[in-house]
Design a protein around this ligand. Structure first.
Ligand code: ZN
Ligand code: ZN
Length: 365
């Protein structure tokens, strides 16, 4: 099968013939129909998030089951599925208390050393699978605990977005922050994740949703998906503008960029007893600073949010229903579709901030 392999950091992905093993045990072989290109993929290519290479990236995907291992009972060939990087072991303490997004047993979902690797290059050498998924490829061989079945009439290119960005954003609002009806929020960064946070806040019933970005087209998109106010951070001081709009601060400030400066700015936008929700992935090794006494006196809270604190087998079918009933807007979020052969163009456009979401559509060429 054809796959895009990361062989060297900061270089283009190489389109190659890759061998994929047959499913056994709890494994499922999935025909990839669509894969979003996420900032985490870009961060790994650029060396900002450490990950072993060679690898096939891509972790925001949807497809159709082709074949299942002998111990798989919950999927059959023909099922439509979304892949999620938050695969759960179902046995560790985090899984048992319902925090499977923190699963400590993900290692047990891989093949053991000495087994035929799931992915191998033309030279027969093993290629590392990324996030139990590797969706920049025509097929995926994944553990069943990293998949969820969805209804057949959900378009798969839009379903793919739910695999990472949409779940990260909706979950940050609904699961991590638990935004309540009537509350006021600000979202810094209006890419795929930021737009999903805005939608999560709207669905949760927030009254005022302020979007901050430096690109006018992203702010326009933010309004389309539910922002009530927009601030162009390149034109005005975003902190002052938010304080003015809210007479003193917001209940929740979501940071979806991953920069020290905007994390600290978001913290300053929060009113006493409110919370900063950190969603953007900062490069490894970066520290952020807060005024410690202010934190104590104001009782502000700082929440990390990973993959939308998801329990994806429950959350993702709900998000699909949000889309089918018109509450979750996904069509608007797809800026452009690419074939797998055009993946380096998609990555370059993402790097240049030109896409809300780019999708690799395997039905193209
Ligand atoms: Zn992602
Ligand atoms: Zn677990």
């Amino acid at each position: 099968m054809k796959a895009a392999v990361l062989r060297e950091l900061k270089q283009e992905l190489s389109i190659e013939e890759v061998t994929i093993a047959k499913p056994k045990g709890r494994e499922v072989l999935v025909r990839t129909m669509a894969s979003g290109v996420c900032h985490s993929d870009l961060h790994i290519i650029d060396g900002l998030l450490p990950s072993p290479i060679p690898t096939v990236l891509g972790h925001e995907s949807a497809g159709i089951v082709e074949q299942v291992g002998e111990d798989v009972t919950e999927f059959s060939p023909g099922d439509h599925v979304i892949g999620c990087p938050s695969a759960f072991c179902g046995k560790c303490n985090y899984c048992l208390v319902g925090q499977s997004f923190l699963c400590a047993g993900q290692g047990s979902l891989n093949r053991v050393r000495g087994d035929q690797p799931r992915l191998a290059g033309a030279d027969g050498k093993s290629i590392r699978q990324f996030g139990n998924i590797s969706s920049f490829a025509e097929q995926m061989l994944v553990h069943a605990n990293g998949l969820v079945k969805i209804r057949d009439d959900m378009p798969l290119d839009r379903a793919a977005l739910i695999g990472c960005g949409v779940t990260t954003g909706l979950g940050a609002a609904i699961n991590t922050a638990k935004v309540a009806p009537g509350e006021t929020v600000v979202v810094l960064g209006c890419g795929g994740v930021g737009l999903s946070i805005i939608q999560g806040c709207r669905i949760a019933g927030a009254n005022r949703i302020i979007a901050v970005d430096t690109m006018p087209w992203k702010l326009e998109l933010a309004r389309k998906v539910g922002a009530t106010d927009t601030i162009n951070g390149a034109e005005v001081n975003a902190l002052e503008a938010v304080k003015e709009l809210t007479s003193g601060g917001v209940d929740y400030a979501f940071e979806a960029i991953g920069l020290k400066q905007t994390v600290e700015q978001a913290y300053a936008m929060v009113k006493p007893a409110g919370a900063l929700v950190m969603v953007g992935a900062l490069p490894a090794g970066v520290n952020v600073e807060f005024h410690a006494l202010d934190l104590v006196i104001s009782q502000k809270r700082i929440l990390g949010s990973m993959m939308g604190s998801n329990r994806f087998r429950i959350d993702m079918p709900r998000y699909v229903e949000f889309y089918m009933s018109g509450r979750l807007k996904l069509d608007e979020m797809i800026s452009e579709r690419f074939s797998i052969d055009e993946i380096n163009i998609a990555i370059e456009k993402l790097r240049g901030g030109k896409l809300a979401r780019g999708v690799i559509d395997f039905s193209i060429g």
